[in-house]
Design a protein. Sequence first.
Length: 78
Amino acid sequence: MVASTVIAGNQEPADRIYRGLAGFLKCNNLEWLFRLCLVIAIGSLLAGLWQKGVMKRFEDAVDHKLDELGEKNRDASA
């Protein structure tokens, strides 16, 4: 599709023509919403990775404590 774009109140053609998602966001002034969604998505990803690390450390600590308790029980029964 070929079209001429003119800014309202100005007879000169626009410098840039946005198509697709960028055009939709600019036309409806929704760039802020798109950026907010990106920040939330990146934050969720980072929170998930952090949560995985925390759970791994917690599981390691529990395993270590159970090993210590098992050794104490073995020593006490011997």
